[in-house]
Design a protein around this ligand. Structure first.
Ligand SMILES: O=C(O)CCC(=O)C(=O)O
Ligand SMILES: [Fe+2]
Length: 269
């Protein structure tokens, strides 16, 4: 039975993912991917999603464009309330701007490659192996598991550290220019409350070289953003940057907090 389930999820995966380049069920490939993520804080698999699947998701994104919820916020890089012990110009409190559009799990059309991939058992096993997690679970609320982000001309994500330990994303459509993911590995150490102010200030002032990921549509990205500061530069030109976020929890039955859902989606369900 287990064997049969594996065969089914593997053949479903074949229609979505370039398994010849990325044999994600093989232990050796899982191990080398894990090593790369551990060493670099990021793993990029270019051309992971097959062109036909990318095409379907682009079409779905177009169909859903009237449902997109747009947000814009000024926030500090730690995504925390202002700390009155520091000046507003201090890196602890300095504000950057983020703006994007988003559609949620419940709005993604039935049969979407994004849903098939998100739910696929073999894909999830690969993520567990690379992220060093024993299990990964779907979000318990109907909005947060799969999000499709739209960044049209001028929209950007300001510098920030993530609250979550890891992120799994797929670039669905690359803009004409801009929309580049930039980062500096280990700019802070959240576990020991090392905030990295000196380095962060240089980064915000553009006085420090940053790394950037160049990637095309179809790229799978695994990223550890809790200690690695990152941003997405403004989209340039008329082609919207489309990015799918596949969000998992390490324990079952967890929903995104109500305040986060209101902020990101404008509703709770
Ligand atoms: O759009 C991206 O590539 C990164 C998204 C991101 O950093 C986030 O959602 O926290
Ligand atoms: Fe992030």
């Amino acid at each position: 039975m287990h064997q049969k389930a594996n065969t089914i999820s593997l053949s479903a995966l074949q229609t979505l993912v370039n398994l010849e380049h990325f044999p994600i069920t093989q232990a050796a490939f899982q191990a080398s991917s894990k090593r790369e993520l551990d060493d670099n804080g990021v793993l990029v698999l270019p051309g992971f999603l097959l062109p036909e699947a990318i095409g379907s998701v682009v079409k779905e994104a177009h169909q859903c464009k009237d449902k997109v919820y747009y947000t814009s916020s000024d926030h500090n890089i730690y995504l925390e309330p202002t700390d009155p012990n520091y000046a507003l110009t201090h890196p602890r409190n300095r504000k950057v701007r983020s703006s994007k559009g988003c559609i949620t799990t419940d709005q993604i059309p039935e049969g979407s490659p994004l849903i098939s991939l998100y739910q696929n058992a073999e894909f999830r096993r690969f993520l567990c192996a690379v992220l060093d997690e024993s299990e990964l679970h779907e979000y318990a609320d109907p909005l947060s598991a799969i999000n499709l982000h739209y960044a049209s001309e001028g929209q950007e994500l300001g510098w920030h550290f993530d609250n979550s330990a890891f992120a799994v994303t797929l670039l669905v459509q690359k803009p004409d220019a801009g929309g580049v993911f930039e980062y500096v590995k280990d700019a802070r150490d959240a576990d020991v409350a090392e905030m990295g102010y000196a380095q962060v200030e240089q980064i915000l002032d553009g006085e420090m070289p940053v790394q950037s990921l160049s990637m095309d549509a179809g790229a799978l990205v695994l990223f550890r953003g809790r200690n690695s500061i990152h941003r997405v530069s403004p989209t340039e030109g008329p082609t919207t940057r489309l990015l799918a976020v596949l969000a998992y929890n390490t324990a079952p039955g967890i929903a995104l907090t109500e305040s986060a859902r209101m902020t990101f989606f404008g509703r709770l369900e």
